[in-house]
Every structure is written in C-alpha cells, then in structure tokens.
Design a protein around this ligand. Structure first.
Ligand SMILES: *Cc1c(COP(=O)(O)O)cnc(C)c1O
Length: 512
C-alpha cells in the first residue's frame, strides 16, 4: 500500500464514510488536477464527474483563479474582519449583491416560462455576511431570521422573551422540505429532514416542521404509470404537494404563530437525491409562504453560480440566444424564477471550489432590525475567525468575473445540452428509473425494475457499487443512495461528458 494511504488509514476519519469499509481497501490518493481531470499518486487519471462534491465550477488549476490567489497571497492571506475591513471582501460583497439582484441592473427580460412577476418579502438583497461553508451560511440565516422575527413580532427585549409567549411555549418556528439537507452544524441539521443522517441527533436539535417534497417520480399523488422520461414531464396530479404547503402554513397561522421562515433549495434539492421541482412549484409555494408572513431562506449552496443552467428549456436556439442575452445568465436559481428571498445562502461554488468560503445575503430591512444604540445590544453576536478571508474572496472575485463572460455562458449552455443529449441513452437500461436534469446537474435513479419503480434496498448498496465500477473506469462521483449524480465542472468537454455517461452505462450493466 502506498505510504500516503498508510498514513490515511492510520489517522484520517473521513466524512460520511463507514470507516470499516474504508479500511478494507487502498484509497485513491489525488495529487493533482487540471480542468475536469483528477490525477492520483500512480498517475491514473479520472474525470471529476461531481466537481469535487459540487464545489468546482471552472475546473482545477484554472489560470485565472490560480493567478488571483497568488496575487493576493503576495499581499496578505488573512486579516480579521472583526474590527477591520479589507479589499477583496469589500469588492466581493458588492459583486455578489449585483449578481443576486439581476433585475435591478437592467430591465428584467425574464424567462417567460418561469417568471411573471417578482416574489419578494422584504426587498432587494443588500448586505453580505461572510462565513466558511454551507452549514455556517445557513446557521447565519437561521439566527438572523429567528432574531428578526422575535423583534418584529414584539416577542423580545434582548434579555427576555415576553412572558405571554413563553407561557404558550411559542418560539419562532421554521418550515422546511422533506429530505432537505442544509448542512451538519446543529442548527442546519435541525432544518434538515434526512432521517438517516439526522435522527441520531434528535436530542440535540430544535424542532422544525416539514412539508412533502415535490418528488414526482415517487409521489403518492402522481397517478401516472412509469414512462421512459423524466417523471416531471408525465406526472398526473392536482398539485397536491402545493396544497400540503398551504395547509401547513394555514395551520401554523391559526396557532397564532405563523412560520418565521420557509427554508428551501430552489429548483433542485441536492442531497435529498437530486430531486427537481416541477415547473411552477417554487413560485407557488414561495408566494404562499410570503402571504402567510414567513421569511424566505433560499439555500443555494448547491444550486448557486449557474448550476441550474442558462435557460430552462434546452434546445439549439437557446444556445444561440444564451450567447446574446445576459438575462439568461442569471447565476442563482431564485433570480431565474423571479424570487428575491430574504436570505440567500451561498458556499460550495463561491470560490470556484478552490477555498472554503460562504456568504449569507440579506435585505436592508433585516439588517436595520439589528441597528441600535450600543447598549441596546441589538448587535448580531456571531462570527468566525476566517470571516471575509482575503484569499477566498480573491478566488471568488475571479470566479464570478468568469461566470459573467459570454464565453462562460455559452459553454454552460453547450454543456447543458450535451448532458441532455447523452443522458437519453440511459433510458434503454432497465435499472434506470428516472433521469432528472436541471441545468448542469443530473440525478439518475437506479431501480430494480423500471416498470414497477421498485427500489434497491440501502443494504444492497447499488449506488455505491456502481460508483466503484465507474471509478475503476476512470470516472469519479458519489451516489446518494440509489441516485447517481452527474455534476461536471463547467469546462467539461462534450467528449468528456460522453465518457462519463458511457462509463455510467457500462457500470450499471456490469454491476446490476
Ligand atoms: C453542501 C450543502 C450544504 C452544506 O454545505 P457545507 O459546505 O458542506 O457545510 C448546505 N446546503 C446544501 C444545499 C448543500 O448542498
């Protein structure tokens, strides 16, 4: 076994990993990367088919991001944001605010299939709170929303909850979506609803409510028989999932304690199993949430920075249009459907996937509720040592710059179309039940038999085995249960996409 593998086995505890299984075999040790390719200690090359767990945007060793980091490195790597400002963080905050409010920069040329009028509860996103990763970005939104609601609903002076509310056991309450994953810190876990990950810690968590996810492929209200197509396209239902959200919102309002906030991953839930929302769901539920007084917390940790694509309907004309029209280049799922949330949580792709950094964007209204005389202690007492880190901010600025070039918009449009074309070939496999693509991310759900939708049990490890077979053939990705994830870096070439899909097909054939 390689020397480094021995050290790993001796000392490293890997995340989300059954270490007994891990210790049974020699791990792949990555030593370098270039574009969409990763290389291991033995010189073997792999395609990075999940963008290093959904973080990488432009590929590894991108000269522009490398140069931005090096330039900053020669000035300073880190100084504290507690009491000090710095150059790249200030510039990045301004750029993020611009990118998150595309409609206010130029007249909205909205994608007419998605947007009619804008949904917003407290206005334009204006302020940026930096932290380190997706979980902390969510944690910040959660605490800000909690405190904002307590203040605006007259529940608190700083040091006491009004006795009235306390007697009733009332607390600001959060509504999230079933299967949601918002990170692993205790607050983020409380908002999450994946039993497998979260149940063990229930004693540590505060209670949040959940509504059903619009998981068309396995929806109890979907009366359609399985077809060889994305289940959203042939669903037969009456939007019962939206009705469920409305019921929850109404019931909580009747209890005299409307939800403080509705937390959601817009357009596609990631770790839930790449569950895409049928067109219209997001606007309907966010409109309802706003109408019932809930703030909107959008978790775009996975969907942000162009991941949900350049236009919703992929065709050749769209690619031509994408290069002409920057309105198609909206970087956030929320902007694409005309929603301005009260909190926009960003991480994974923020730095192009080079350094750990996160941001929580919020509105002037939320910000103002934390203003006061010093001794009122309305301060947001929260922060991390590496908040506003200069190296991270420099990488993020370089990445954001690139995302806004015509060239990047065009190559994203091409990648999206290539993925759609290549993925079609998987429908011929009887073990493929659903293929769901949103922009530049796709989930392929493996089943025992597509005609019955019968799933593999977790014990069978169908997803894990298929991904292992893919790794042997030079394509790296991680499954979510029985769902294989394809989420390539934006620099992935059509030939590389073809290889990812071909290898997936071979792996399914050989393994199942
Ligand atoms: C990954 C992820 C998180 C957590 O981010 P970390 O950086 O891993 O803490 C939160 N929300 C979503 C949607 C994610 O995909």
């Amino acid at each position: 076994m390689h020397r480094l593998a021995q050290l790993d086995h001796a000392h490293i505890w890997h995340p989300f990993t059954q270490m007994r299984d891990w210790l049974k075999r020699e791990p792949i040790i990555i030593t370098s990367g270039k574009g969409a390719v990763l290389r291991d200690v033995h010189g073997k090359e792999y395609l990075d088919a999940n963008s290093s767990i959904w973080t990488n945007l432009h590929g590894h060793q991108h000269p522009k991001i490398n140069a931005a980091i090096v330039r900053q490195l020669k000035k300073i790597s880190h100084s504290s944001a507690l009491g000090l400002a710095n150059e790249p963080a200030s510039k990045l905050a301004a750029e993020l605010v611009k990118a998150a409010n595309p409609g206010s920069r130029r007249r909205e040329e909205a994608d007419s299939t998605l947007v009619t009028k804008s949904i917003s509860s407290s206005g334009r996103l204006q302020k940026v709170f930096f932290s380190d990763d997706g979980s902390t970005a969510i944690e910040v939104a959660l605490k800000l929303a909690y405190e904002f609601i307590r203040r605006t609903r007259g529940w608190s002076s700083r040091f006491s909850v009004s006795p009235n509310k306390l007697k009733l056991g009332l607390q600001p309450k959060f509504l999230a979506v079933d299967g949601a994953y918002h990170g692993d810190t205790v607050g983020a876990v409380s908002l999450g609803h994946i039993d497998l990950f979260h149940k063990a810690y229930s004693g540590l968590l505060f209670k949040t409510d959940k509504v059903m996810a619009p998981y068309c492929y396995r929806c109890p209200f979907n009366k359609a028989k399985p077809e060889r197509e994305d289940a959203r396209k042939y669903r037969k239902c009456n939007w019962e999932c939206v009705g469920k959200v409305e019921q929850k919102l109404c019931a909580q309002k009747r209890r005299g304690n409307p939800y403080a906030a509705f937390v959601f991953e817009p357009l596609m839930q990631g770790a839930a199993g790449m569950i895409p929302q049928p067109s219209g769901w997001l606007r309907q539920v966010t409109e309802l949430a706003c109408a019932h007084g809930a703030l909107l917390i959008a978790d775009e940790v996975m969907t942000g920075f162009g991941r949900t694509g350049v236009t919703c309907h992929v065709d050749d004309a769209a690619i031509g249009r994408a290069t002409k029209s920057f309105s198609d280049a909206k970087l956030f799922a929320c902007s694409r459907v005309g929603i301005t949330p009260d909190f926009l949580c960003l991480a994974k792709g923020l730095t192009g996937g080079y350094l750990p950094m996160a941001a929580t964007l919020t509105t002037q209204k939320i910000f103002n509720s934390f203003l006061g005389e010093y001794e009122e202690f309305k301060t947001f007492f929260h922060g991390h040592s590496f908040t506003g880190n200069q190296l991270g901010a420099s990488a993020a600025l370089a990445s954001l710059n690139m995302l806004q070039t015509k060239q990047s918009v065009h190559s994203r449009a091409v990648l999206q179309k290539t993925m759609a074309d290549e993925l079609k070939s998987l429908w011929s496999l009887p073990n493929v039940g659903d293929i769901r693509q949103v922009g530049l991310v796709a989930g392929i759900e493996l089943v025992r038999d597509w005609q019955t939708r019968q799933p593999f049990t977790l014990r069978e490890q169908a997803g894990i085995r298929v991904c292992e077979a893919m790794a042997q053939r030079g394509v790296l990705t991680r499954p979510i249960g029985n769902v294989i994830v394809l989420l390539p870096p934006y620099c992935t070439t059509p030939a590389q996409v073809r290889k990812m899909v071909t290898v997936l097909r071979e792996a399914v054939n050989d393994t199942l």
